[in-house]
Design a protein around this ligand. Structure first.
Ligand code: CTP
Ligand code: CA
Length: 226
């Protein structure tokens, strides 16, 4: 049995999605990163493509192949992610930040491999720019969507983040639920708006989460222009 065709409700729109981790190099062969698989962002990109959007997917290092019909930009560091997302976002109506952006990078990236020394080593980290917050400051008519992983006070913290970054909504998840979030094929998220209103969704495939995310983005757009 064939699934019914996806609605073409994103035809004529440009959707930008960020995905995966960033790598913050300490020296040419060592970096700080996180276990983001990229699956959530790739699912959003594929769903948006199937609904007729032009899609740019900016992704950190992940093992997933380029989705056909999507413009893929591969980056490593948060600074590279920022440049690529900001450029792509110029002409975009919807921007979805699923990337697990490292909050810090080495204040100084050594040009040569650093040999080990006896005893403790201190590394100074400096904050990376907040890409979603920067987009929120020059939002225009765009719909901005974030993700957040929290271990406690999730809805409250995610609502505060959405408000601070001028995002339309954030999908909140928890690191502890098996088979979800990092690396899993499913996700169990709560939609959180800047006003603190929230909707808990059941455990769903990442593709189904992507579908509902884009449904909500379309509703936000409609609410804005009518
Ligand atoms: N984000 C971003 N740039 C950063 C950090 C985060 O664009 N430098 C985006 C993420 O892609 C995500 C959202 O902001 O969509 C929330 O990320 P999160 O790490 O939860 O927020 P932070 O503001 O970094 O807060 P925390 O101190 O909890 O890490
Ligand atoms: Ca963070």
């Amino acid at each position: 049995l064939l699934a019914p065709p996806a609605p073409r409700d994103l035809a004529g729109l440009h959707v930008v999605v960020s995905a995966g981790p960033t790598r913050e190099y300490l020296d040419p062969v060592r970096f700080i990163s996180n276990p983001s698989s990229g699956k959530m962002g790739f699912a959003v990109a594929e769903e948006a493509r199937d609904r007729g959007a032009r899609v740019t997917l900016v992704t950190g290092p992940v093992t997933l192949p380029d989705p056909p019909g999507v413009e893929v930009v591969r980056i490593e560091t948060a600074l590279e992610l920022r440049d690529a997302v900001r450029e792509a976002a110029q002409a975009a109506q919807i921007v979805v930040m699923t990337a697990a952006v490292a909050d810090y990078r080495a204040a100084e990236r050594a040009g040569e491999k650093q040999a080990k020394v006896a005893g403790d080593v201190t590394v100074t980290l400096t904050p990376n720019p907040d890409i979603l917050a920067e987009l929120g400051q020059e939002k225009g008519g765009r719909v901005l969507v974030g993700f957040a992983m929290e271990t406690h006070a999730g809805v409250e913290r995610a609502a505060a983040k959405a408000a601070r970054k001028n995002a339309d909504f954030i999908l909140l998840n928890y690191p502890t639920r098996e088979g979800t979030a990092f690396g899993g094929d499913d996700n169990e998220v709560t939609l959180v708006r800047p006003d603190g209103s929230a909707e808990a969704w059941p455990r769903l495939s990442k593709r189904e989460v992507a579908r509902r995310l884009l449904d909500e983005a379309v509703r936000v757009r409609a609410g804005r222009t009518t």
